[in-house]
Design a protein around this ligand. Structure first.
Ligand code: PBG
Length: 325
């Protein structure tokens, strides 16, 4: 070797750094989660998620107008119903809060791509993602409810179904149900690899979906496992998933890399509520530079192979990408 290897030549100025930059975050990569609630004149901040709000339908335009202004073109909808019962009856109700919100958005904001989260936990009195019999979350009876929920969301106009319930066979059954109801053109973004994570805490405040007994460990994955994640993703691919979500995001980047390498479907990172709230809390205390930390985190997802990112930071990112503060 005649001299040192000089890596710093390609870091010397912003111009050259831009030229050799390997990854970028675009506003098209971002999917913004929205919480809709029943009632009127509601815009209420979620206590553990600063700057994330519950909206009633009559005020949802405030959020939607802002998203359009910022160039965000995709949302994922979560409903918080007024009534909950054992079987989550409001989940597949044509007049349910999510169905109404989907119809409203597709009518007033046709340019926005609407993804429906398909789960029962917000709708069941016990807060589990499936049907409970004798204290057990039963798999196959839950699937029937989830299929009719997905079909009702598609009927309301959802562009894509995102089942997050982690029952076995959910992609197979939902695909079949959608096809039979005339929705073979609607894709499924599967929560393929979803861990039983404490990082969902703030979301459960937001969605009022904390399990009333036990926890989700009989259906969500053990954080210790990665080979199991490959089996989960493989079964969803075989059953007809169109995209694969890895969730949570930052603590599971190793899993995302493995999913990216093994499968050729688009991969989606879910940068979950707890990840968001930690950053917000530190930023509000002045302990970190929010813009830098969030941008760096998004680049981590891109590096790990994510095509899309579901994130509560989407509006801030869109603002920063436009050059705003
Ligand atoms: C519903 C669902 C959850 C999240 C998305 N869909 C919560 C859970 O499984 O308990 C979490 C999202 C977040 O924390 O941002 N099953």
């Amino acid at each position: 070797m005649q001299s040192y290897i000089r890596h710093r030549r390609l870091r010397a100025s912003e111009q050259i750094r831009r030229m050799v930059r390997e990854h970028h975050v675009h506003v098209e990569d971002l999917i913004y989660p929205i919480f809709v609630v029943e009632g009127e004149n509601i815009k209420q901040e979620v206590p553990s998620m600063p700057e994330v709000y519950h909206y009633s339908l009559d005020r949802l335009h405030e959020e939607m107008d802002e998203l359009v202004r910022l160039g965000i073109s995709s949302v994922i909808i979560f409903g918080v119903p007024a009534e909950k019962d054992e079987r989550g009856s409001s989940a597949d109700d044509e007049q349910g809060i999510v169905q109404k919100a989907i119809r409203y958005i597709k009518e007033k904001y046709p340019s926005i791509y609407v993804i429906a989260d398909t789960c029962l936990c917000q709708y069941t009195s016990h807060g589990h993602c499936g049907i409970v019999e004798n204290g057990v979350i039963v798999n196959d009876a839950s699937l029937t409810r989830l299929v009719s929920t997905a079909v009702s969301q598609a009927r309301a106009g959802a562009d894509m179904i995102a089942p997050s319930n982690m029952m076995d066979g959910f992609v197979y059954e939902i695909r079949k149900g959608l096809d039979e109801a005339g929705f073979s053109h609607i894709p499924i973004m599967s929560y393929a690899v979803k861990y039983a994570s404490s990082f969902y805490g703030p979301f459960r405040d937001a969605a009022h979906s904390t399990p009333q007994f036990g926890d989700r460990r009989t259906y969500q994955m053990d954080p210790a496992n990665v080979r199991e994640a490959m089996r989960e993703a493989a079964s969803d691919v075989a059953e007809g998933a169109d995209m694969l979500i890895v969730k949570p995001g930052l603590p599971y980047l190793d899993v995302m890399v493995r999913v990216r390498e093994r499968f050729d479907l688009p991969v989606v990172a879910y940068n979950v509520s707890g990840e968001y709230s930690m950053v917000k809390a530190a930023a509000l205390n002045g302990w970190i530079d929010e813009k830098q930390v969030v941008t760096e985190s998004m680049l981590a997802f891109k590096r790990a192979g994510a095509d899309l990112i579901i994130t509560y930071h989407a509006k801030d990112l869109a603002r920063w990408l436009k050059g705003g503060e």
